[in-house]
Design a protein around this ligand. Sequence first.
Ligand SMILES: O=C(O)CCC(=O)C(=O)O
Ligand SMILES: [Fe+2]
Length: 162
Amino acid sequence: MEAVDMKVLFDEGHQGMRMNYYPPCPQPELAIGLNSHSDAVGLTILLQVNEMEGLQIRQNGIWIPVKPLHNAFVVNIGDILEIVTNSIYRSIEHRATVNSERERLSIATFYSPKLDGDMGPAPSLVKPERPALFKRIGVADYFKGFFSRELRGKSYVDAMRI
Ligand SMILES: O=C(O)CCC(=O)C(=O)O
Ligand SMILES: [Fe+2]
């Protein structure tokens, strides 16, 4: 893709941060820490603070644990990168489970375009043989829509499809 398409979108971009605390749960099989979702953002950088297992990604319908690595971040592709790359990159569906042994902490940092612009598939990636797969939408409206829905797999990026 043309670098300028990425620059236009992420210059003066928006950074958010979420700290997650999952207390131990006596019946973890009946509970979930964080429902299955993909991050609505461009890119996520995540630290599994106390190196407890719990994060899982979904690949071909199977949940796979992401074992914490000492001093390592997890980098997730979010829905905005899926939209901007016109589905060349796919956002990753993930969830956090709980356990009965020990609390778990994670810190996620989210990188997104500036809120006062709009976004859609990068012009340099839209071609007659590969037309746009997603609508263009204002970034603020996009996030408003995301936060007004329940977290459910990749349902929001699917709602952005043409
Ligand atoms: O706790 C985790 O490892 C995942 C957190 C997460 O997916 C999020 O905050 O979006
Ligand atoms: Fe997430």
